[in-house]
Design a protein around this ligand. Structure first.
Ligand code: PLP
Length: 359
C-alpha cells in the first residue's frame, strides 16, 4: 500500500481493512455480509449501540448526550443546524475560519437571520480568530465554529466559551484526534471520511436539551429528534459505513484510546512541521504557527514548477495525495489518525532529500 495523504476520503487503519475483508462474506457466522443484513436485525441494532457507546467512552461524552448516525454528509448539517435551532427573534452566529465554515454560514443565510461574529477571510484564512475579535449579535441562537480547517491547515487549540449560548462545531476533519471537553458543546457533527471511517455516514453528537428545541413543522428526516428517538434507525441507515466506524472505534480503543492517539498525532505533525521550520524558507507553511493544524499540514515550495516536480517524485516513492487545494495551492499532507508515524517520516525524509537536490 502507498502512503496516502489524501484529505478525505482518507487512508484507513490497515487492521480495520483487514478485519472488514475477513468479515465481508460471512458476518458473525450469519452466512451473509453485514451490508446484506436487515437493519432491523439484532446484529445491526447491536452494532449501532456499540458505535454510540464507543464514541461516548472514547470522547468522554456525557451519558445523556446522544450520538446519531445520519446521511447526507457534513454538508447536510450546514442546513440542518439552522433549520432545527434558528428561532424567530434570534440570529445564527458564525465564526468563519475557512471555506467549509463559509459554506455552513451561506446555508444558514437561506434559513433565517445570520451574523458573522468573526472572520479571517481577509487574511486568506492563515489563522484562527483571537477571542477578542469575536463580536456576537444581540440574540444569538447559537455560535458555529469549524474546529479544523481542512483546506487551510489551521485548527482551534482552545475553544471559545459563550456561557449559555449553544456552541455548535463542525469537527469533520479532527474529531477523535485529540481530547477535549464535549460538555462545552451543544452539538458536534462530522462526516466520517477522515478520522472515523468511510464516506456515507455523518456523526452528530447532541445535548438532550437541543432535541427539545426542534420545531414540529420540519420534514421528518431533517429533525434531529426523529433520529434520536429511533436510535438512528428511523429509515435504512448506512449499515456498512457504521460497521466500518465501529471497527475504527475499536481500533482507537485498542491503540490506547484518545490520549495515545493525541500523542501520536502530535508526534506525527512535529515531524513535518520541523522540516518546514528547518528548511530556511524553502518550504513555506500557509498557517500561522499558533494556528497550525495537527491534521492537515499545508505548505508551498519556491515556485509552481518545483511543486509539480515534488508531486511526481513523491508519487514515484509511493507518497500520494499531497497536492494542496486550489484555493491555497502548493501541498497539503493530511495526517489523520490512520496515517502512521512511519508515513510521516517517509514524507519528511523525501522533503529533505528533495530540498537537497533542488534547493
Ligand atoms: N466540513 C469540513 C471541515 C470538511 O473538511 C468537509 C469535507 O472535506 C466538509 C465539511 C464536507 O463534508 P461532506 O463531504 O461530508 O459533506
Amino acid at each position: 500500500r502507498v502512503f496516502n495523504f489524501n484529505p478525505g476520503p482518507a487512508t484507513l487503519p490497515l487492521p480495520v481493512l483487514e478485519e472488514a475483508q475477513k468479515d465481508l462474506l460471512n458476518y458473525k457466522n450469519t452466512g451473509m455480509s453485514v451490508m446484506e443484513m436487515s437493519h432491523r436485525s439484532k446484529e445491526v441494532s447491536e452494532l449501532i449501540e456499540e458505535a454510540e457507546a464507543l464514541m461516548k467512552e472514547l470522547l468522554e461524552i456525557p451519558q445523556d448526550y446522544r450520538v446519531l448516525f445520519l446521511q447526507g454528509g457534513a454538508s447536510s448539517q450546514f442546513y440542518m443546524v439552522p433549520m432545527n435551532f434558528l428561532r424567530e427573534g434570534s440570529e445564527a452566529n458564525y465564526i468563519i475560519t475557512g471555506s467549509f465554515a463559509e459554506k455552513a454560514y451561506k446555508e444558514a443565510v437561506k434559513i433565517g437571520p445570520t451574523h458573522i461574529a468573526a472572520s479571517t477571510k481577509e487574511e486568506n484564512f492563515t489563522r484562527i480568530v483571537k477571542p477578542e475579535e469575536i463580536k456576537l449579535s444581540s440574540h444569538p441562537a447559537y455560535v458555529h465554529i469549524t474546529s479544523n480547517n481542512t483546506i487551510y491547515g489551521t485548527q482551534w487549540h482552545a475553544f471559545p466559551d459563550f456561557g449559555d449560548i449553544p456552541l455548535v462545531a463542525d469537527m469533520s476533519s479532527d474529531i477523535l484526534s485529540r481530547r477535549f471537553d464535549v460538555s462545552k458543546f451543544a452539538l458536534i457533527y462530522a462526516g466520517a471520511q477522515k478520522n472515523l471511517g468511510p464516506a456515507g455516514v455523518t456523526v452528530v453528537i447532541i445535548r438532550p436539551d437541543m432535541l427539545e428545541r426542534v420545531p414540529d413543522h420540519l420534514p421528518t428526516m431533517l429533525k434531529y429528534d426523529t433520529h434520536a428517538e429511533k436510535n438512528s434507525l428511523y429509515n435504512t441507515p448506512p449499515v456498512f459505513a457504521i460497521y466500518m466506524v465501529t471497527l475504527v472505534l475499536r481500533w482507537v480503543k485498542n491503540s490506547g484510546g484518545l490520549a495515545a492517539i493525541e500523542k501520536q498525532n502530535e508526534e506525527k505533525a512535529k515531524v513535518l512541521y520541523d522540516v518546514l521550520d528547518n528548511s530556511g524558507g524553502f518550504y513555506r507553511g500557509h498557517a500561522q504557527k499558533d494556528s497550525r493544524s495537527l491534521m492537515n499540514v499545508t505548505f508551498r515550495l519556491p515556485n509552481e514548477e518545483l511543486e509539480k516536480l515534488f508531486l511526481s517524485e513523491a508519487a514515484d516513492q509511493g507518497i500520494v495525495g499531497v497536492k494542496g487545494h486550489r484555493s491555497v495551492g502548493g501541498m497539503r499532507a493530511s495526517i489523520y489518525n490512520a496515517m502512521t508515524l512511519e508515513g510521516c517520516r517517509a514524507l519528511a525524509d523525501f522533503m529533505k532529500e528533495f530540498q537537497r537536490r533542488h534547493g
